[in-house]
Write a protein that binds this ligand. Structure first.
Ligand code: ADP
Ligand code: ASP
Ligand code: MG
Length: 457
């Protein structure tokens, strides 16, 4: 970003799906915006549940009855809000046009789905919610305008997991977004962007957090607020461990580790742009804003040994075995050459004398566990045996100075002595220890560890 850029000096506030689920929830978000005159840019997700419905349609629903059922659900969600507006006419036409667009794209997907068509379809959730959100704000007396972020958020054409083009985003934001924010509260879409040809793209499921951070970076925002359904980042997902407690302040590196290891509260890439421009991030609940939340900052007062536990399911583990690996060189290089050639991104790895296990990375819009493509499997099988396992979850313990602390690994492993732990990664990072467990026991592994490490006096 060039030094001549004009700083926004205002806040960007992102509201997630449950925060904009219906009229009442959107109105609560509107009150949060009104309470902070510094909030000039609002990034919204689709209404809760909408993206899931759109993904199902995009995957291709042949049964016309089922397709109609999904369309009815989408219509009902948006009509619930429309019907409570003082002036529904002002946005009704726009919502109906988008719903018609969804219906025809869903029909096309039932013949042949594609990643490009999926993005075109799933983007409609955010395109609708922002019309409604902006109108709610206007009806409360706020000078709000809806902005189509596809005019700014330029990405490559990797549909379903598009990569942002930072220089272009920054330039377009300076031209189109900042001047608008001087006059109005701007309501725009998370999750979506457009490639150079103007085709709609998405940043992957949960991508609105990442969008908000990219937009905050592009306008050099003073702060980024992530409003969700929990009052901040907790020691673990409170839905799994009800005794999890909120963390008032956490460093960028700890929070990034949490996001990377699957704590759903933040999309994994969210903190990258915020960290690049040192934009402080706040996470709070739009339902209970008075409860405060978590501040994510560069410098924090405490750096405890154990900070949090994260869980990421849908892991695919690939084990490659070759007797030729014994005292040989070049085997791993060949394996990674094949993976790199096919753009397969690897997450964790552990090795032994004759085998290597790795997990596959993937967070594209279609969801589900990543697959090892058949062509890649065939190429690998020319080198070694290939075993693929599903139904695994990654458990990560996140903390500080872990590699310099004695005895904690014993505490972790003795707490989980009845569990079958796979692919233990320990010592590579001072900030985490992680391993895989079978999906069926993953929640109890988190609960046991949380009890032992976070619930004792
Ligand atoms: P949004 O729709 O606002 O983006 P998400 O559902 O994506 O919200 O993320 C919020 C959810 O993240 C919470 O409801 C909670 O279940 C889950 N979560 C996972 N890990 C944590 C954590 N460490 N702290 C708080 N919430 C967490
Ligand atoms: N609506 C998208 C999803 O459900 C993006 C988001 O909410 O962050 O994945
Ligand atoms: Mg989310």
């Amino acid at each position: 970003m060039s030094a001549s850029n004009v700083a926004g000096s205002f806040n960007v506030a992102k509201f997630g799906g449950t925060s904009v689920a219906n009229f009442e929830a959107m109105s609560r978000c509107a009150a949060i915006i009104e309470n902070n005159p510094n909030t000039k840019l609002v990034v919204s997700s689709a209404c809760s549940g909408v993206t899931n419905l759109l993904v199902e349609l995009a995957n291709g629903v042949q049964d016309q009855g089922r397709r109609q059922e999904l369309m009815n659900q989408l219509t009902d969600i948006h009509h619930e809000i429309l019907d409570q507006l003082a002036e529904p006419m002002s946005v009704e036409k726009e919502i109906h046009t988008i719903l018609d667009n969804v219906a025809s794209a869903a029909e096309a997907a039932s013949f042949q789905s594609s990643a490009k068509l999926t993005d075109h379809l799933v983007a409609c959730g955010e395109l609708m919610s922002t019309h409604l959100f902006a109108q709610i704000l206007r009806e409360r007396g706020v000078s709000a305008v809806r902005f189509d972020i596809r005019d700014v958020l330029r990405t490559n054409d990797a549909y379903g997991k598009a990569e942002p083009q930072l220089e272009q985003i920054s330039q377009l934001a300076q031209e189109k977004l900042i001047p608008l924010c001087q006059e109005h509260v701007v309501v725009t879409q998370g999750f979506i962007g457009a490639d150079d040809e103007g085709n709609t793209t998405t940043l992957g499921r949960g991508g609105s957090d990442y969008s908000a951070a990219l937009i905050a970076e592009s306008v050099l925002a003073a702060g980024l607020e992530i409003w969700t359904d929990v009052p901040g980042i907790y020691t673990t997902d409170p839905r799994i461990a009800p005794k999890a407690s909120p963390i008032p302040e956490i460093s960028f590196s700890e929070a990034s580790e949490m996001a990377n290891f699957g704590a759903k509260i933040l999309h994994p890439s969210t903190l990258v742009p915020a960290l690049r421009h040192q934009i402080p991030v706040f996470v709070g609940s739009s339902k209970e804003p008075e409860k405060g939340g978590t501040w994510i900052r560069q410098q924090v007062e405490s750096s405890p040994l154990f900070r949090a536990l994260a869980l990421r399911c849908n892991q695919t583990m690939v084990t490659l075995r070759s007797a030729n690996m014994f005292h040989a060189y070049g085997f791993l290089a060949k394996v990674f050459e094949i993976l790199a050639k096919h753009k397969i991104s690897v997450d964790l790895i552990t090795t032994s004398e004759i085998s290597v296990s790795l997990t596959l990375d993937q967070t594209d819009t279609s969801g589900g566990a990543p697959e090892l493509p058949e062509v890649v499997r065939k190429e690998l099988e020319e080198l070694c045996t290939v075993e693929v396992e599903h139904n695994l979850c990654l458990v990560a313990l996140i903390g500080n100075n872990m590699s310099e602390s004695k005895g904690y690994a014993k505490q972790v492993f003795s707490t989980l002595e009845d569990f079958n732990l796979r692919m233990i990664c320990y010592g590579a990072s001072p900030h985490n220890l992680c391993f895989l467990v079978h999906e069926s026991v993953s929640r109890s592994a988190i609960q046991k560890l949380h009890q032992e490490l976070f619930e004792q006096e």
